[in-house]
Design a protein around this ligand. Structure first.
Ligand code: UDP
Ligand code: MG
Length: 316
């Protein structure tokens, strides 16, 4: 198998047929042995039925059906676990990532790179808020991590077998695949593209899922927030100490003091806020520690047509 195409699916009934056609239009002329891997991430629409139909007509269509919605990153991870290809493409189902870029990505890979990611030159049809938060997030992440996670880049990319095998060795439960791939290293390069509008349907990425992904990216690749909590603790203590000295000075030396309701309230509120933030940051890390300690399987497969022994067996 030369190429596997991993496609996470969450309520994509409007896009599956068009996606399959466009992918075939691009992949068939390449003359490779390839497979599609559709991961149905607990869709509540007709996505699974459409995938079944494709699979019955085309033996290259492999699928995994999750027992529920596990999230985009886990769906991609499952695809990576089961992909057989020497090269693997990760692509969104909503045609925001143009399949037409795949031959160029593949070409670059053949030139000796292990990872070729597709960088968004522009994004169409997404809200200003989404674009702005994404832009800020990628830059914040780049500034606080010590690995270079490329900015404005999603998971649309091609990776080699080496990188897939390295990813499979990374046991974390909170996946942030684009960060993990940067962490792995090897020769990486990118191509630029203009991100299209979603072809049909609606985004499956709610703000809640976006925030979780952002926190997974930050906590998985940086301890900066923990350090910031410590530093702000020291700063606030230093300020409090100075204020304390001043209070004593005012009380005993100048005798010029007010029954200080305002200063009291302000310092209590401020200290309370800083403490809660620091506790919250620590909590984010501890939550992820405990998730990993539980050692649960990353996902549960309810059905698949991939005949492999080495993969997690379908649970009936
Ligand atoms: N997706 C998924 N599980 C989810 C949410 C999304 O598998 O819980 C898939 C979705 O079907 C699509 C890809 O992940 O193929 C990207 O999602 P989406 O287009 O909704 O995100 P956006 O482009 O709006 O960031
Ligand atoms: Mg999309």
């Amino acid at each position: 198998m030369e190429l596997s195409v991993i496609i996470p699916i969450y309520n994509e009934e409007a896009n599956i047929a068009a996606l399959y056609d466009r992918l075939r239009g691009v992949l068939d002329p390449m003359g490779l042995r390839y497979e599609f891997i559709f991961i149905n991430d607990g869709s509540r629409d007709q996505s699974l039925a459409l995938i079944h139909t494709l699979a019955s007509r085309d033996p290259r269509v492999r699928y995994i059906d999750f027992s529920r919605n596990f999230g985009h990153q886990i769906a991609v991870s499952a695809g990576l676990d089961l992909a057989a290809g020497e090269a693997v493409v990760i692509i969104d189902a909503d045609l925001q990532d143009p399949p037409e870029l795949i031959p160029q990505l593949y070409q670059k890979l053949k030139e000796g790179f292990e990872v070729v990611y597709a960088k968004r030159r522009s994004r169409q049809g997404e809200s200003a808020a989404k674009k702005l938060t994404a832009k800020l997030f990628y830059r914040l992440l780049a500034s606080i991590t010590n690995i270079s996670i490329p900015v404005d880049t999603g998971d649309f990319r091609i990776i080699s077998r080496k990188v897939v095998d390295a990813l499979k060795q990374m046991p974390e439960q909170n996946k942030f695949i684009r960060g993990q791939i940067s962490w792995i290293g090897y020769r990486q390069t990118y191509l630029e593209y203009d991100r299209a509008e979603r072809a049909g349907g609606e985004t499956g990425y709610t703000y809640r899922k976006m925030i979780r992904l952002a926190l997974d990216g930050i906590t998985g690749f940086s301890d900066a927030p923990l350090k910031a909590a410590t530093i702000s603790g020291f700063l606030v203590s230093a300020i409090a100490f100075l204020v304390m000295l001043y209070t004593l000075y005012a009380r005993f030396e100048t005798q010029d003091y007010e029954p200080g309701w305002a200063s009291l309230m302000i310092s209590i509120l401020f200290l309370g806020g800083v403490q809660l933030i620091a506790v919250g940051i620590i909590g984010e890390y501890i939550a992820r520690l405990s998730t990993n300690v539980r050692q649960r399987p990353l996902y549960i497969i309810s059905d698949t047509n991939i005949p492999v022994e080495s993969v997690p067996q379908p649970v009936q």
